[in-house]
Design a protein around this ligand. Structure first.
Ligand SMILES: [Fe+2]
Length: 356
């Protein structure tokens, strides 16, 4: 039995971002001192007119070309520490931007470096007040109690799993997802589907997480087996599914797909969501019904998956992929039991990667 914490308050609806002031601490409404961390996708300034910017507010654009790293989080934190500490942090963007906002918020209050907190329940005190604003749906970063970062020194992709990592407030504004490119919309949306199938297939279960997962999966099926996954109605629904999927995973664990996808990220710099889809497509043996359903969804949306990613790699690269996968003991044991290494031998893992 575990004590469950979820996001405190959220605002949902078309145009919700315009009302962001309602969710910010009263003390900042006149003085400012808020930091907006915005995905570089919006570098053209198109979001700024929607934000209640005050003189002391700061806007930083976050480069999300690659997955977040501990070094990147440390650098942004150092930049913010050099000035008066902000009273609120808003992360506006995809999973990477939101994860960086969560990590920076925790670091500002707890001190030290991002790598010190990669693991479970290592964050000691609440971070700076933080608000999450997804501009693409699926990662569940807006609702989860983690923020995933790559730590290249340790060859590790791991989050700060902590109740303090949860956002204090979340804004779900489907207007923001209107300009998402089609493939990215699909791959990112499938992250929710994958969180939920992994959670439901695991040994570490939680009745509330199961309920969140079942509902999120029902919504994913409705959207991705339909003719127009990006309609206004479905964009709003996918925001809810993403939120539910993130909440589910906050109370359970992922399974085999995320660890293999983390391996792809570490070694081949593959992005999280497309990586998950590539991995799922190679997992017939472990998730047969889900793989079949995923392929039907892909067909319905006419989205092609990158192929041949792991063909003809050097032995050292397969070894690196294996190491970066097998290190994720908790989710692998959740999927296969404590004895997972006897199933996921080097040869087996390499064979699965060769299918991608
Ligand atoms: Fe994910």
């Amino acid at each position: 039995m575990r004590l469950t914490k979820t996001v405190g308050e959220y605002l949902l609806g078309f145009g919700a971002l315009q009302q962001v002031d309602r969710l910010l601490p009263k003390s900042t409404r006149q003085s400012g001192e808020r930091v907006y961390l915005i995905d570089h996708f919006f570098y053209d300034g198109s979001l700024l007119p929607r934000l209640p910017l005050l003189k002391k507010d700061r806007v930083l654009y976050i480069d999300t070309t690659d997955e977040p790293t501990t070094e990147q989080v440390d650098a942004i934190t150092a930049q913010l520490r050099s000035d008066a500490p902000p009273q609120a942090i808003l992360g506006i963007g995809g999973g990477s931007t939101m994860d960086i906002a969560k990590a920076v918020s925790n670091l500002l209050s707890n001190g030290g470096s991002a790598a010190d907190y990669q693991g479970w329940d290592l964050v000691k005190v609440p971070g700076v007040f933080k608000v999450g604003v997804p501009t693409i749906s699926g990662t569940g970063a807006e609702a989860s109690r983690t923020c995933v970062m790559m730590n290249h020194a340790e060859n590790l992709k791991l989050g700060m799993n902590s109740d303090h990592t949860l956002f204090d407030r979340v804004i779900l504004d489907p207007e923001l997802t209107a300009t998402v490119p089609r493939n990215q919309y699909f791959f990112t949306g499938m992250d929710t589907y994958i969180h939920c199938i992994e959670s439901l297939a695991g040994r570490y279960r939680h009745a509330l997480a199961d309920a969140f997962s079942h509902q999120a999966l029902a919504v994913c099926r409705e959207i991705f087996l339909s003719g127009n996954m990006q309609s206004d109605e479905y964009r709003e629904k996918l925001m809810i599914a993403s939120f539910l999927g993130g909440s589910a995973i906050g109370n359970s664990l992922v399974g085999l797909i995320h660890p293999f996808s983390a391996g792809l990220s570490m070694v081949l710099h593959t992005h999280h969501c497309v990586g998950n889809c590539i991995v799922l497509n190679a997992m017939d043996e472990f998730y047969p019904r889900e793989v079949e359903e995923f392929r039907r969804m892909q067909e319905s949306q006419r989205v092609a998956l990158p192929r041949g990613l792991c063909q003809g790699l050097a032995d050292s690269q397969y070894r690196a992929l294996y190491e970066a996968t097998i290190i994720h003991e908790k989710p692998l044991a959740n999927a296969l039991g404590d004895d997972f290494r006897s199933i996921l031998t080097f040869d087996k893992v390499a064979e699965i990667f060769r299918r991608m």
